[in-house]
Write a protein that binds this ligand. Sequence first.
Ligand code: PLP
Length: 391
Amino acid sequence: MTSILELEARFDSGVYPKRDLALVRGEGALVFDAEGRRYIDCVAGIGSVNLGHAHPRVVAAIREQAGRLMVCPGIFSNDRRAELLQRLVAAGPKGMARAFLCNSGAEAVEGAIKLARLHTGRPEIVAAMRGFHGRTLGALSATWEKDYRAPFEPLVPGFTHVPFNDAPALTAAVSQRTAAVLLEVVQGEGGVRPATREFLHAAQEACRTHGALLIMDEVQSGFGRTGRMFACEHHDLRPDLLCMAKSMAGGLPMGGILIGERLGEIPRKVHGSTLGGSPLACAAALATLDVLEEQELVGRAARLGRRALERLAAIEAPVVREARGLGLFLGLDLRIKSAPVVRRLQEDGILVLQAGPTVIRILPPLVIEEEDLEAVLDGVARAVAAEASAS
Ligand code: PLP
């Protein structure tokens, strides 16, 4: 394992704060390090493996498609892509008519910002404080965190941020110059913070009043994570653009934008992506949708998520500020730093994420065995108690 860590330390760009762990294999909700040690993986590719690692249906679909046709640029049509586009539009919230396919979340957000500006002819985007939308310059302009933004300023002009869940502030920020309001239904990087129904509907109404578009960023919350196929369904929202990525293709890089019927067909040549919507990624995404539906994983996420949130909320320790979440998108906000708790959990064979300095983010694959999820929740309670008495 040391040489893997050394090689990455020596040759990787350096942008990632690395943990001392090299993962070499995964199966379902488990991953294994180079020495064969097993971990329950609630990092899950930062929410990219809702189906777990190496799902046999996804693996088979990739194998089959890799030997048939991997690449087919958008200037041609393709059987796998045609089927996926139709399935995605049907799986999305009401009012979706078309989709654009790309390769990542930031690319999806970037594209949605461009489409909103193009459709409305207006420059401004209203986003939320603590929001995270990716690291390309447009998506970064919508992202709130100063540490991500400051080194790259000046960013794209026209972006404003309102306090999350402050409906009056959001309503006041939208005007005839607004192209779109861009929001997450559950802020992930920003601390696992679910939006209130009031806030989301204020956004939708302000958009309708002023002729702006509502963009929902479901890159992290999509494909069953919150107990609905897309999180905006919890609130009966009808976005004009919906950004997706992460778990979309079962772990293969893929992103996309669902495009509402109000936008109509997008003019030729204004946007594109060479490998976006490759038959390989489309085949993996089709297998992902099949498994989500056949194994009723979305309902499972809702059921397991309710129980997990109850258990997190029941952790009785003065260092716990709040348990938050929706479905299997879970967070525990502490009154102490979360990093040492995350480290303790890793030593205990459980991988979780941070979401800001005090929040533990837990993203179990939706296929996680119930006893493994219970072990994670027991582990979290133990690690919090141990860290509280040590600090
Ligand atoms: N939007 C949200 C809500 C995200 O959580 C992320 C990544 O964490 C992104 C966009 C960016 O996605 P990617 O890292 O695939 O570019």
